[in-house]
Design a protein around this ligand. Structure first.
Ligand code: GLN
Length: 466
């Protein structure tokens, strides 16, 4: 029963190769024994998982038809609320915060009988690219324990890669599903903005955040996406999807390769493997076309203005009164100041300062407003490109998993991790990272970007690489 996908787990349950309870215990034991090496979980939810599994077994023994996700164990990034379970965001400020309700995606999964094994590690408030910014401990890459799993959904990606669950949920604001998926050799889908409700996802940068699946196959990603997407009254930016099944006809497929995404300084081995993957789809009949996304070089600077601005506003709610850590002090203002000073880590403070600065009177026009204008130019680049092509291929990351400690002291070099992923969030497009090979023992990911709400198309294309 190694490395079970969702599809295989479902089949095993139907054929009574194992019960949901047996499957759940198998994963819980595996986590207990093996996660010491990776540190991918912050909280393991044995009781919840076992009770969910028992319910599914009852349905099976009553010969009820079960949904494909029923009895299949998953892990959830610890910035997504699961009722009655601690949701820490890997921050001291929420260390003892217990979620009072389920996120909409969790509610949907529970209704389908999904089994939640626990909550996974992340960079504090999802700010980072290595999971080293967790206030508790770093997570390690299952392919090489001296290296990072990527971030911020590093715990989720590592848990899937180490086979400690069948699949996981992550969140992606500037690359946090795709980059760790690429570093850990698994599939990570960042859906179109609005495709999945953000209700119950702890807000980081609200115009960029999306929840998405991290899975062992593209088919699994499709299953999870179908299960959790759609309009939700509780998130006004979510939309009803009319996603069509998409039948892939390779001969009609046009793939754009943006010349700005093969930059100086990227790892030549990564470039080679990505070029080989492009060659492979060309060989079976797709048309490859070089395209230009001329404002690409501004994506990262624009992201690092808009993202901290929104973050500084969203994180104002942690005041030592409403949620989590509260430091007692002589007056209200010092309660605020002390709780925030003690509760937030350095990276979070850095971004609050950047964002507050960019939004302050006198600077707003020069930074935030200007960044929003350039964001529109970036969108126009993609609109134009998608008139000619069906999908865009790029590397997910310019390099493979780096060493623990290698970039943590140098925020700017850490920020460069997002160079190929951040524009997709600025524009709200769907994109997936698919594993396409190894450089040494480290996985390399291909990013496939699609038109809005064409998740099914990029997922079908991904299957070519399996
Ligand atoms: N690495 C990016 C950042 O540090 C992306 C984070 C994310 O997508 N949550 O902001």
């Amino acid at each position: 029963m190694n490395n079970l996908t969702i599809v295989q787990a479902h089949k095993g349950l139907l054929e009574k190769k194992f019960s949901a309870l047996e499957l759940t215990k198998l994963f819980l034991n595996k986590i207990k024994k093996e996660d010491k090496k990776f540190s991918s979980f912050i909280t393991v939810t044995d009781d919840l998982a076992l009770s969910q599994a028992k319910k599914v077994d009852k349905l099976i023994s009553a010969r009820k038809k079960i949904p494909i996700l029923a009895g299949v164990p998953l892990a959830v990034k610890d910035n997504i609320l699961v009722k009655g379970i601690k949701t820490t965001c890997a921050s001291k400020i929420l260390e003892n915060y217990v979620a009072p309700y389920d996120a909409t995606c969790i509610k949907k999964l529970k209704e389908l009988g999904a089994v939640i094994l626990g909550k996974t590690n992340l960079d504090e408030f999802a700010m980072g690219s290595s999971t080293e910014h967790s206030a508790f401990f770093p997570t390690k890459n299952p392919h090489d324990l001296t290296r990072v799993p990527g971030g911020s959904s590093g715990g989720s990606a590592a848990a899937v890669a180490a086979d400690l669950c069948c699949y996981a949920l992550g969140s992606d604001t500037g690359g946090s599903i795709r980059q760790p998926a690429s570093f850990c050799g698994v599939n990570g889908l960042k859906p179109t903005y609005g495709a999945i409700s953000r209700y119950g996802l702890i807000a980081f940068a609200s115009s960029l955040d999306q929840i998405g699946p991290i899975t062992k196959t593209a088919e699994d990603a499709q299953i999870v996406f179908d299960a959790i997407s759609g309009r939700d009254q509780l998130d006004s930016t979510s939309v009803e999807l009319r996603i069509k099944n998409y039948e892939l006809r390779i001969k009609d497929l046009k793939i754009g390769i943006p010349k700005e995404y093969f930059i100086k300084g990227m790892d030549p081995k990564v470039e080679k493997i990505v070029r080989q993957a492009i060659g492979k789809i060309e060989k079976i009949g797709a048309k490859i076309e070089e395209i230009s996304l001329p404002h690409t070089e501004y994506a990262l600077p624009v992201y690092y203005i808009i993202m901290p601005s929104e973050a500084s506003a969203n994180l104002a709610r942690y005041d030592g009164i409403k949620y989590g850590l509260s430091k007692s002090s002589k007056d209200l203002l010092s309660v605020y100041l002390k709780s925030r000073a003690d509760g937030f880590g350095d990276e979070v403070k850095r971004r609050i300062m950047l964002g507050t600065y960019a939004l302050s009177a006198g600077y707003y026009d020069a930074y935030y407003l200007k960044a929003q204008k350039v964001r529109t130019l970036i969108r126009h680049d993609f609109d134009k490109a998608f008139k000619k092509v069906d999908a865009i291929f790029t590397p997910t990351s310019p390099f493979t998993a780096f060493r623990l400690g290698e970039k943590i002291k140098d925020p700017l070099s850490m920020y460069l991790s997002d160079v190929f992923t951040a524009s997709v969030n600025l524009v709200g497009l769907p994109a997936i990272s698919v594993p396409i090979g190894f450089s040494g023992k480290l996985p390399v990911g291909l990013q496939i970007i699609g038109k809005p709400f064409e998740e099914n198309k990029i997922l079908e294309i991904s299957k070519i690489y399996e």
